[in-house]
Ligand binder design. Structure first.
Ligand code: BG6
Length: 484
């Protein structure tokens, strides 16, 4: 198998917040990797823009350090880093004032794709959008890229959409959810719509339930102030888990085209039923052996924000009526493991009698780490002793099946930035999708706030609070083990 690099047109990419954490960790190292892969065409340039006073050479030094620290150790031909740095420059720019904008405009070229990455807090989106127009940088073809959190609730998301819409058309706005850029997340669509095997069974008649788990071992780290204001629901469910749910549950789009795919995702979000509060479990990690707890991490001894959430959801449509979707995500859990498991129903009648026990097929798609798929199939236990049944996995690790190409797989940010340059919005959230997602999550959050709900404590390194296990037990079901 040969990996393919699809060429893109030469571009001018301005990164607002060019000295920030996201730029250093993800955007700049990602661009470097694309440069190594030969995908950044000659004549392209990257312009860092931020408030700090620095010149081109100081910025290049910062970029070089970022690539060394976060570039994933990718080895490129000698001299590649220098060639990459030659495409990079910097303009001190004041998002709230007039400083730097004329200089920035002077750097833009007529015959290049123009993209402006807003790697800044949402409070600056409006200021940047307005200045891009006022100073003549925005053209009808230029694109802006905005990061999550896209709003804090429906009202703020609507306001952000309205602000951006004053200056840019929806086709110019690229709202990033980096989960959509993950290789395996796109594989969900390939598995569902590229195979004949699964789709006929992909419905309430054959599927008992679906589990979506995104477990992390990290805590809130240095992001306490942001996180404590958000919690797992806003930070992970409203966006990443919701996107996974959409890709697993949506109807087949007629084609792999931005609006066809996003229309189908939107229908799923709109068909989500409100969740009964008995079906939501919120958790917060307690102290580890060093006494470090969530409340310590966020420096609020009374915080009621959840670092874990598990919930049972239903989608009211013909395909899924009656099939529960169990979602869970949390920090400081026992392993970093994300997977989607489609648990099929029992065979309607067992010819092997009661002794054969209960067996069911499970298709598990592992998103990270060790991306791959397993399908549990029931077989006869080998040897004498009658017809005893056993579930064994057909196990496929993408790394093993695809060899070095899988290891070289592009990271989410690299792929998404190249999609922006290409003008392909398929893997970006549309404004109405984001609003629909908030319209579903807002009442749930308001519900637990009104009840003064206190999250259940769980031990760091565990699978979350006991109540989350009970959520499944009560239904005669069981979470899959959280393991890497
Ligand atoms: C981010 C969240 O969007 O996704 C973080 O804000 C979370 O809290 C991260 O840790 C998880 O991303 P990944 O790619 O490591 O699974």
């Amino acid at each position: 198998m040969v990996s393919r690099v699809i060429p893109v047109d030469p571009f001018d990419l301005v990164i607002f917040g060019g000295t920030g954490d996201l730029a250093r960790r993800k955007i700049l190292p990602g661009l470097f990797r694309r440069f190594c892969a030969g995908q950044m065409p000659e004549g392209s340039q990257i312009i860092g823009a931020a408030r700090s006073e620095m010149d081109d050479s100081e910025y290049r030094e910062m970029v070089s350090d970022a690539v060394a620290e976060f570039g994933g150790g990718r080895t490129c031909e000698a001299g590649t880093l220098e060639a990459f740095l030659a495409t990079v420059s910097y303009v001190t720019t004041d998002a709230k004032g007039d400083g730097g904008w004329v200089d920035l405009n002077g750097k833009m070229r007529e015959d290049r794709v123009r993209a402006f990455y807003f790697s800044v807090g949402p409070s600056l989106f409006g200021d940047l959008a307005e200045r891009l127009h006022r100073f003549g940088l925005a053209t009808p073809e230029s694109r802006i890229v905005v990061e999550k959190p896209f709003g804090h609730d429906l009202e703020t998301a609507k306001a952000l959409n309205a602000t951006l819409a004053q200056h840019f058309d929806e086709t110019q706005i690229y709202r990033i959810d980096h989960y959509l850029g993950k290789e395996t997340v796109q594989n969900l669509m390939a598995v569902r719509f590229g195979n004949m095997l699964f789709e006929p069974l992909w419905n309430a008649q054959y599927v008992d339930h679906i589990q979506i788990t995104v477990a992390e071992t990290v805590g809130v780290g240095g992001r306490g102030a942001y996180y404590d204001h958000s919690g797992a629901m806003r930070d992970m469910v409203q966006n990443h888990l919701m996107q996974l749910l959409c890709l697993i549950a949506m109807e087949p789009p007629a084609k792999f085209d931005p609006n066809a795919v996003r229309d189908e995702k939107l229908k799923v979000i709109r068909a989500l039923e409100p969740v009964d509060w008995h079906h939501i479990v919120r958790g917060q990690y307690g102290a580890d052996e060093n006494g470090q707890s969530y409340r310590e991490d966020v420096e609020d001894p009374k915080s009621r924000t959840e670092s874990f959430i598990a919930m049972k959801c239903h989608i009211s449509n013909w395909r899924w009526a009656g099939t529960p979707f169990y979602l869970r995500t949390g920090k400081r859990l026992k392993a970093r493991a994300s997977e989607i498991a489609v648990v099929f129903k029992d065979a309607p009648h067992s010819i092997f009698g009661a002794d054969a026990g209960r067996h069911r097929n499970v298709l598990a798609i592992r998103l990270q780490p060790n991306e791959g798929m397993t399908l549990d199939v029931t077989i006869k236990e080998p040897g004498p002793g009658g017809m005893r049944l056993l579930d064994v996995p057909l196990d496929m690790s993408f790394a093993e099946a695809l060899g070095p190409d899988a290891e070289e797989a592009t990271e989410a940010y690299e792929r998404l930035i190249m999609d922006v340059i290409r003008g392909n919005q398929t893997l970006f959230m549309r404004g109405d999708e984001v609003e629909a997602a908030w319209a579903w999550t807002d009442p749930l959050i308001e519900g637990w706030q009104a009840r003064n709900d206190v999250p259940k404590q769980y031990d760091p390194g565990s699978s979350g609070p006991e109540d989350a296990l009970m959520l499944m037990h009560r239904d005669g079901r069981k979470w899959r083990e959280v393991k890497a």
